[in-house]
Design a protein around this ligand. Structure first.
Ligand code: SF4
Length: 392
């Protein structure tokens, strides 16, 4: 007998890998370009209450992921390094008590120079963190001041040295296209990052986002062409130093790609706990998203911390491509069906159009953005939007 499926249903043959994101929403000061869910600290942080709350949050999500192990944990923010190693230890012990971690699970914590000293890094390592991501942004005092950062270039250097003493897996975040930045200044930053002895660098172009101080009082940024040149220079310099670009802004030495972020880009599942965190959980017949309350105080006190929704089937192709086409090498063709539960033929027209416009390259196994596609990623992604005119 033929099984008749409801129109608009999906069927996943296997569930994707599962990761965990924990959001710590406080910073010492709000940076003028920042549109993350981060809040200036006023007085002591409610570390203990907050960790208890996120663990309750996690517990409430457990029925949706029973039996699935975690491949990675990412403690992001905000500035998670404002929390003590003891709090991070309580958090990770609580996670381990509720969910199984893969033996080689990657556990990252974001840290900002100026909020950490060497002893803290050692404590984070002892708590089970095995990867540190440091928000350096620039090694130039003028750029750090223009970005409203609280740390100095020397504090950034000391934080990297302290991190390397306890961790072999370290990322540094850098920014370019900064107010008043020349090509030489950007070059000096990238060269110092490449020499810093870390296996991963994330280099982001500064963008001006709504609801930020820079949005209401825009600084003078380098011209568009100068920023495009900086982007090429970043790629060249890091490639020359043995880093491979594997995503729009991510560069890694061999074997050091960030597994947590790769799981996002490969449309894997992740639980999001903590104020404003969001996540994605797949079931055999549907894909869902969840989002937690944004305001830390409200999050701490609300009876229910967030809401879930099912992703409409018509949006799955775009959501998948939004992530997977950020990867320089693209994705294996079979992954589309594995992660969305839809046949590849459902995006055939969009793929054909993208290929005809030179935005995409593909063979029987792999689908990847072309160089042009990476430069005009939005144009490429638009082809996969519902009602884009490229539905079958
Ligand atoms: S330190 Fe990071 S998260 Fe905090 S305000 Fe600055 S950019 Fe945002």
């Amino acid at each position: 007998m033929k099984v008749i499926e409801k129109p608009g249903t999906v069927r996943l043959s296997a569930l994707p890998p599962l990761a965990l994101y924990v959001h710590i929403p406080w910073c010492v000061r709000k940076c003028p370009y920042c549109d993350f869910n981060s809040h200036e600290r006023t007085g002591d942080l409610p570390e203990k209450t907050y960790i208890e709350r996120v663990l309750v949050d996690l517990e409430e999500m457990l029925p949706s992921v029973w039996g699935r192990p975690l491949v990675s944990v990412f403690i992001g923010g905000g500035t998670p390094s404002l929390f003590s190693p003891q709090s991070i230890d309580t958090l990770l012990s609580g996670v381990r008590a509720r969910l199984k971690l893969e033996p080689d699970a990657e556990i990252t914590l974001e840290a900002n120079p100026g909020t950490v000293e060497a002893a803290r890094f050692k404590g984070f390592r002892e708590a089970g963190v095995n990867r540190i991501s440091i928000g350096v942004q620039s090694f130039d005092e003028r750029m750090l001041a223009a970005l409203g950062r609280i740390h100095s270039a020397d504090e950034a250097r000391r934080a990297i040295a302290a991190a390397r003493a306890s961790f072999d897996n370290v990322n540094i975040d850098l920014m370019y296209g900064l107010p008043g930045q020349s090509a030489d200044m950007a070059r000096a930053d990238i060269e110092e990052a490449a020499r810093a002895g870390v296996p991963h660098v994330s280099a982001y172009q500064l963008t001006i986002e709504p609801n930020t101080v820079f949005w209401s009082k825009p600084p003078q940024l380098p011209e568009h062409d100068a920023c495009a040149d900086m982007q090429l220079m970043v790629e060249d310099l890091l490639r020359g130093a043995g880093f491979e670009r594997y995503e729009t802004s991510a560069f890694a030495q061999r074997g050091r790609r960030c597994r947590h972020n790769l799981n996002y880009w490969e449309f894997g599942d992740y639980l999001g706990i903590g104020a404003g965190a969001h996540g994605k959980v797949s079931f055999p017949d549907r894909v869902t998203r969840h989002e937690r309350i944004k305001q830390p105080r409200e999050y701490l006190n609300a009876a229910k911390t967030g809401a879930d929704r099912e992703v409409p089937v018509s949006e799955l192709p775009f959501e998948f491509m939004l992530n997977a086409l950020r990867l320089v090498d693209g994705f294996e063709a079979r992954l589309f069906t594995e992660r969305t539960g839809l046949p590849l033929v459902s995006v055939q027209k969009a793929l054909d159009t993208a290929e005809a416009r030179g935005l995409l390259e593909r063979d029987l196994k792999r689908i990847a953005p072309s160089e042009k596609g990476r430069l005009f990623l939005n144009e490429l992604l638009q082809l996969f939007l519902p009602n884009s005119g490229t539905e079958p």
